[in-house]
Ligand binder design. Structure first.
Ligand code: IPE
Ligand code: IPE
Ligand code: MG
Length: 234
C-alpha cells in the first residue's frame, strides 16, 4: 500500500519492543562504512521514539546492543559507544520536553565511567516525567538477565519462588510484558531478546532494514498486530 494510504492504527499495543537490526547491510548497500549505517540507525531510533510518543504507546523497548555484540571489532564497538554518548546527550532535552521516562536494561558495568555517567544523568533528568517509558536494552542478553536474577535470588537465600516474584528480579521489573515485538532486516530469530518477557508477545518480522523502518512501516506493523487474535492459551 502506498505510504499516503497507510491508515493510522486504531489499536495501539501498550508495549512495543523492537530489535533494531540491519544497519550494517543498509550501509553496505550504499557502499558506506558500517558506522554510517549505525548513524542512520540512531537517527531512525529518534524518529520512531517520536512516532510512538505521538501514537500514545505507553512502553517502547528497543534492543540497541546485545551482550554478544561486545564480540564485534573493537573499532565498531567504540564507534557505537561514541554514538550513544553524543546521540543520547543531544536527544535528552527533547525527551525531557516530550515527557519521556527512561529505563536502561542490561549489564551496564561493562561500559566505561563516562558512558555510565551520561546514562545515569539521562535517567535522572527524566525521572519525574510521566509519559511513555522508553527502555533501552544495552549490553543486554536475555540469558544473562535470567542468570543475574537467579544469582540475586540465591544470594538472598530465597526458595520456592513463583513467576510473580521472579519477574521482580528482571531488568524489566516495573514494566509489563511486550505486546508486539518487531524485528527488522529479514532475520527470523530473537537473538537473546526478552526471553522471559516474550512468552505471549506477538511477533512481526519485516525485510525492511532498520534505518529505512519509517512511520509507514511502523503503522504497517501495528495494523498487522491489530488484526490478530490473542488467546493466551485460553
Ligand atoms: C543492528 O545492526 C545494530 C546492532 C546490532 C548494534 P547490525 O549492525 O547488526 O547490522 P547488520 O545486521 O550487520 O546489517
Ligand atoms: C540483535 O542483532 C541485536 C541488536 C539489534 C542490538 P544482531 O545483528 O546482533 O543479531 P544476529 O547476530 O543477527 O543474531
Ligand atoms: Mg545484525
Amino acid at each position: 500500500m502506498p505510504a499516503a494510504q497507510m491508515k493510522k492504527p486504531e489499536v495501539i499495543p501498550p508495549h512495543i519492543a523492537i530489535i533494531m537490526d540491519g544497519n550494517g547491510r543498509w550501509a553496505a548497500r550504499r557502499m558506506l562504512p558500517r558506522s554510517a549505517g549505525h548513524k542512520a540507525g540512531f537517527d531512525n531510533f529518534v524518529s520512531i521514539v517520536r512516532e510512538c510518543g505521538k501514537l500514545g504507546v505507553s512502553y517502547l523497548t528497543v534492543y540497541a546492543f546485545s551482550t554478544e555484540n561486545w564480540q564485534r571489532d573493537k573499532q565498531e564497538v567504540e564507534y557505537l559507544i561514541r554514538l550513544m554518548n553524543s546521540g543520547m546527550t543531544s536527544f535528552l532535552p527533547e525527551m525531557k520536553k516530550n515527557n519521556i521516562r527512561l529505563k536502561l536494561c542490561g549489564d551496564l558495568s561493562r561500559f566505561d565511567e563516562q558512558s555510565r555517567k551520561m546514562l545515569d544523568n539521562c535517567v535522572e533528568t527524566l525521572k519525574d516525567n510521566t509519559g511513555m517509558v522508553l527502555s533501552i536494552c544495552l549490553s543486554y542478553g536475555g540469558r544473562q538477565e535470567i542468570l543475574q536474577a537467579v544469582n540475586r535470588l540465591l544470594d538472598e537465600g530465597k526458595k520456592n519462588i513463583n513467576e510473580e516474584d521472579f519477574r521482580k528480579y528482571l531488568y524489566t521489573a516495573d514494566i509489563p510484558d511486550p505486546d508486539l515485538i518487531i524485528r527488522t532486516s529479514g532475520e527470523i530469530r530473537i537473538s537473546n531478546f526478552l526471553l522471559w518477557q516474550s512468552a505471549y508477545a506477538e511477533y512481526y518480522f519485516t525485510d525492511v532494514l532498520w534505518p529505512d523502518f519509517n512511520k509507514e512501516e511502523l503503522y504497517r506493523a501495528i495494523n498487522d498486530y491489530g488484526r490478530r487474535s490473542r488467546r493466551f492459551g485460553k
